[in-house]
Write a protein that binds this ligand. Structure first.
Ligand SMILES: CC(C)(COP(=O)(O)OP(=O)(O)OC[C@H]1O[C@@H](n2cnc3c(N)ncnc32)[C@H](O)[C@@H]1OP(=O)(O)O)[C@@H](O)C(=O)NCCC(=O)NCCS
Length: 196
């Protein structure tokens, strides 16, 4: 494999990276546990939250002209209302939290430290913005779900090794259309938090 190039894009410049970001999300999130039957219209709306926020960051990883991995982040206070809702309900302040959108790496490129670098880049961004905590949320699926692949290894241990702790009391709900479903439905996602 050739050398990979990391591209950091902030604020409104993210709009120009809509196509590769959407393509990666649509591909990687079809898999368990996301099962996301996405559309470009949904992706455009989702990514606009980032391009509208001057303090957002996207990291894209390129192998030549192909984007093979990406991650996004923005201050939680600027995230979609659904993401803020559990914090408001629990009375937890959000002003010092950087929210991590997604990390997506094509399967061929996994296990080479790209995911690790994404955490380093996003935590560095939090420090630059003067934010003391980082958070992301992960979808909850039933243990016995029929589409769960045999031998699936969740990311939980990786996230704990990065210093993140699951917060069972902070659960948000996000609508998307699951593979094989006719319409979008709400999905529970539990937050993970780290104090830098
Ligand atoms: C999570 C993800 C971004 C990690 O990317 P990555 O570049 O493989 O990450 P790294 O190489 O830095 O390895 C990170 C961890 O992934 C796991 N891993 C290693 N090789 C792997 C492989 N071939 N396939 C899957 N996971 C692997 C390990 O647990 C590793 O942690 P460790 O080094 O502390 O043991 C990537 O697996 C992915 O895109 N998964 C699907 C989407 C997803 O679940 N995103 C996270 C929530 S949005």
């Amino acid at each position: 494999m050739s050398d990979l190039r990391y591209e950091l894009v902030q604020g409104e410049a993210i709009a120009a990276r809509m196509a590769p970001l959407a393509a990666l999300r649509l591909k990687v999130f079809r898999d368990w546990p996301y099962l996301y039957e996405g559309t470009l219209a949904y992706e455009r709306r989702y990514l606009e939250t980032y391009s509208r926020c001057p303090d957002s960051l996207a990291v894209l990883v390129w192998d030549g002209s192909t984007c093979i991995g990406a991650t996004t982040t923005l201050p939680l206070r600027d995230a979609a209302p659904e993401m803020l809702e559990p914090f408001l309900r629990a009375g937890v302040a959000t002003g010092d939290i950087l929210y991590f959108g997604e990390s997506v790496v094509l399967s061929l490129y996994r296990g080479r430290g790209i995911g690790l670098r994404f955490f380093a880049e996003r935590e560095a961004h939090a420090r630059r913005l003067g934010l003391g905590r980082c958070a992301f949320c992960a979808v909850d699926r039933p243990e016995q779900h029929p589409m769960k692949p045999a031998g699936y290894v969740p990311n939980d241990a990786f996230w704990r090794r990065r210093g993140y702790q699951r917060q069972p009391e902070l659960v948000c709900h996000f609508d998307w259309q699951d593979l094989g479903e006719a319409a979008p439905s709400p999905h529970p996602l539990t937050y993970w938090l780290k104090t830098l």
